[in-house]
Design a protein around this ligand. Structure first.
Ligand SMILES: C[S@@+](CC[C@H](N)C(=O)[O-])C[C@H]1O[C@@H](n2cnc3c(N)ncnc32)[C@H](O)[C@@H]1O
Length: 215
């Protein structure tokens, strides 16, 4: 498939080391599992629900969600990286599906999903693409639908900020742009009411949740 211009092939290249890398970094902050469980807790999951994981990467979160919602629910992960999805396919359970797709054009009908999430995905995109993606998520969520987002936040502590600024040089321009903006305003601009914002990992991570109000 033809990928959009903004897409960084780096994500596709690092797929083979992505899981151990995330586990290693997370180990300094209490572990990947704990962070993902905290995130899932904010999704307010119930059996039977249809859940969308946008920019699902290697599918780690999809697997955890699939276990929570049981066999009668459905988890769909979409991503633009063939290599990330190859890793995800190896973890796939019966109530899960992965799809090679641009998050700006999600191949599902209006209101199909009950919940949508996106973790460490928005900072990978230019701002205009981010807004397209958030609006597209609003379209595929139903009237009671909820979105939960996890991504970087700009830490306040001076030493943490110094180290974080160095990390941002590695992450690149779209990530630096992302941390200069307000995620809550972004999701409001895409048609959501903000329910909650919380900060984690010494201020370097934020989780924002919202409900779909424009549908
Ligand atoms: C840093 S990884 C995050 C993976 C996973 N969500 C996690 O929490 O570990 C970012 C992912 O976003 C995907 N991505 C970036 N832009 C995308 C787009 N426009 N549509 C779909 N996926 C995209 C990349 O392929 C990559 O797998």
């Amino acid at each position: 498939m033809r990928k959009p211009e903004h897409y960084r092939e780096d994500c596709n290249r690092i797929a083979y080391i992505y899981d151990p890398f995330v586990r290693f970094i997370s180990s300094f902050f209490g572990g990947e599992q704990n962070l993902r469980l905290l995130f899932i807790d904010k999704m307010d999951l119930k059996p039977d629900q249809r859940i969308l994981d946008v920019c699902c990467g290697t599918g780690t979160l999809c697997v955890m969600i699939a276990e929570m919602i049981g066999d009668t629910g459905e988890v769909v992960g979409i991503d633009l990286s063939e290599n990330m999805l190859k890793k995800a396919e190896k973890k796939r359970k019966d109530n899960m599906r992965f799809c090679l797709s641009n998050a700006e054009e999600i191949p599902y009908s209006d209101g199909y999903f009950d919940r949508a999430c996106i973790t460490f995905g928005l900072h990978e995109m230019p701002h205009s693409v981010r807004m397209n993606v958030l609006c597209e998520i609003s379209r595929v969520l139903n009237a009671d639908g909820k979105i939960v987002i996890l991504d970087y936040s700009y830490p306040r502590h001076r030493l943490v900020r110094l180290l974080f600024n160095i990390w941002m040089l590695v992450e690149g321009e779209t990530a630096r742009d992302f941390i200069g903006r307000d995620l809550s305003s972004m999701i409001r601009g895409a048609g959501f009411d903000v329910i909650e914002r919380s900060i984690h990992w010494m201020g370097v991570i934020q989780i924002v949740s919202g409900e779909n109000v424009h549908r």
